[in-house]
Design a protein around this ligand. Structure first.
Ligand code: TNX
Length: 509
């Protein structure tokens, strides 16, 4: 008789695996439902990844999973091996229509792991959960070969909000492509799906615009404190877009205007309309610069900038800034925003702006990013706009932890780790109900930080709190439970060399 699959399986070494408790794992963000069944899956050299046939995007996720497993375990799991290559215990990435966009189910039993999702994006989110279940060290005593014991059970999960993001201010201080990639890796691990890049400000212009080369040749050469700045070439930017999209993260480019534009006007003095060539600015004040809102050539400039950046950005949003335009008359500000919104739409993007844009009468197809002014957020809701929640008092990663913090500002608040976690987007601002909220974003302004180590000190661990707020329903969250799962991230932080702030609010050991 022919030997069938099951007799092949019997050739796998028999292992006696320990009892496990899936429900006590330090999963972050916390999944919707976790039911442990005490069994375990042995991740070892006999494991393989199988992805649904004919779905290139699923096999891309399988490839990624294989690489990430190799990063921790040094195992090289084959992807879709044929049966001749030997008996394997499978990790199956399956497609099942009818689940929400980012939802997934993960069933872990003795001889297989079954990850099910409707989309590759959902599978990717589930892969993060699986990664978090792989122990840092193998067990060497269970059999002849090292085994990474993955606790068994069932997880059903999906996000509370569709937008879960962070922002990096690469304008006040420039951060390299490598730095941003490292940040993207961490965002992905905690199931975040947007990275907003604040590409321009008074102190620097960070994105190459081929039709206006001085923006980077001149405006890209400065930063806060007098350093030499830097910028992304269009190739760099495309590289970031691709790296992010492999992680199912969408980049949101921001060109801040009409204020925060000193670096643009240093490069092209006609933009400010006051007849003066401004000096490069390397301080930390805000609100002193403006574009000339009544000059057609300014809108031609903006058209070129939006066109070039949009052509490289597959995501739905283009952020026009619009904050703190204190040097722009209110009537000029309204006129300006009303002219820029159609330019953004002409290039296929939905305009996003800081909450001040909601003071202008627009239509519902604009996203207002709440940072400070509840009245502005209310005006956004009245206009039917979606609101992205980034309350400075809670979500600003550049606020110091406390009065002895090494970095950060504190104009909005001191934000210890618990304060960054213990709030609810739909209860934060009056008259901004859940239906109006697109999601949450944690901005990291960079006036006081210039290295990756400093960036990480402010972002970690607070960013993880924002990730959980965006993913996990409020009814499933509590600080007491969260802080122990946060402490459980130490092996990951160490492995990725993340220089987090070891807050005493968290029981790290
Ligand atoms: C306010 S938040 C700003 C930024 C600063 C930040 C510092 C916002 C829309 N504008 O220009 O960098 O405070 O915390």
């Amino acid at each position: 008789t022919l030997s069938l699959g099951c007799s092949e399986t019997q050739k796998l070494p028999e292992l006696v695996l320990p009892e496990t408790d899936l429900s006590s794992e330090a999963l972050l963000p916390k999944p919707l439902e976790v039911i442990g069944n005490q069994t375990a899956f042995a991740l070892d050299q006999y494991s393989a990844i199988y992805t649904v046939e004919g779905e290139a995007s699923f096999s891309g996720v399988g490839e990624y999973l294989s690489q990430e497993i190799a990063g921790v375990t040094k195992l090289t799991l084959p992807l879709n091996p044929d049966s001749m290559e030997g008996p394997f215990r499978g990790i199956y990435l399956n497609k099942n229509q009818g689940m929400d966009q980012e939802a997934y189910e993960l069933a872990i039993v003795r001889d297989s792991i079954l990850l099910t999702a409707s989309t590759a994006e959902g599978a990717f989110r589930g892969v993060q959960t699986l990664r978090q279940l792989i122990p840092e060290y193998a067990n060497d005593t269970l059999g002849a070969n090292p085994v990474w014991v993955i606790p068994g059970g069932l997880i059903k999960d999906k996000p509370a909000f569709t937008y879960r993001g962070s922002m990096l201010d690469v304008a006040r201080h420039f951060f390299s492509v490598e730095d941003v990639k490292k940040y993207l890796d961490v965002l992905a691990y905690y199931k975040m799906n947007y990275l907003h890049l604040h590409l321009t400000d008074d102190q620097g212009w960070r994105i190459e615009i081929t039709s206006w080369p001085k923006l980077t040749e001149v405006g890209g050469q400065t930063e806060v404190g007098g350093g030499s700045g830097g910028f992304y070439t269009q190739e760099d930017f495309k590289d970031l877009v691709a790296y992010a999209s492999q992680r199912f993260i969408t980049l949101v480019p921001e060109v801040d205007m009409p204020g925060h534009t000193n670096a643009a006007s240093v490069s092209y003095p006609f933009l400010n309309g006051n007849g003066k060539t401004p000096k490069p600015y390397t301080g930390m004040r805000v609100g002193f610069s403006t574009l000339d809102t009544r000059k057609d050539t300014v809108y031609q400039f903006i058209d070129d900038v939006v066109r070039e950046i949009s052509a490289m950005s597959p995501g739905p949003y283009f952020h026009i800034g619009g904050d703190e335009s204190h040097a722009t008359k209110p009537s000029d500000y309204a006129y300006f925003i009303k002219r820029v919104v159609p330019i953004v739409r002409k290039y296929g993007k939905t305009p996003m702006g800081w909450d001040e844009v909601a003071t202008v009468s627009l239509d519902s197809n604009v996203v207002a990013q709440f940072w400070q002014d509840e009245e502005n957020a209310e005006k956004a809701v009245e206009q039917g706009m979606k609101v992205l929640m980034s309350p400075a008092k809670r979500a600003y990663l550049d606020m110091s932890y406390d009065s002895i913090s090494k970095f950060g500002l504190h104009w909005a608040a001191y934000i210890p780790v618990e304060r960054a976690y213990s709030w609810t987007p739909d209860l934060y601002a009056k008259n901004v109900p859940r239906e109006a909220i697109l999601g949450v974003e944690a901005p990291l302004w960079s006036e006081t930080i210039s290295t990756m180590e400093e960036l990480e000190y402010l972002a970690f661990p607070r960013l993880l709190g924002i990730a959980e707020i965006g993913w996990t329903e409020t009814s499933k969250r509590s600080w007491e439970d969260y802080k122990t799962r946060l402490a459980g991230q130490i092996p990951y932080f160490r492995r990725r060399n993340i220089q987090f702030y070891p807050s005493r609010q968290v029981p790290w050991n």
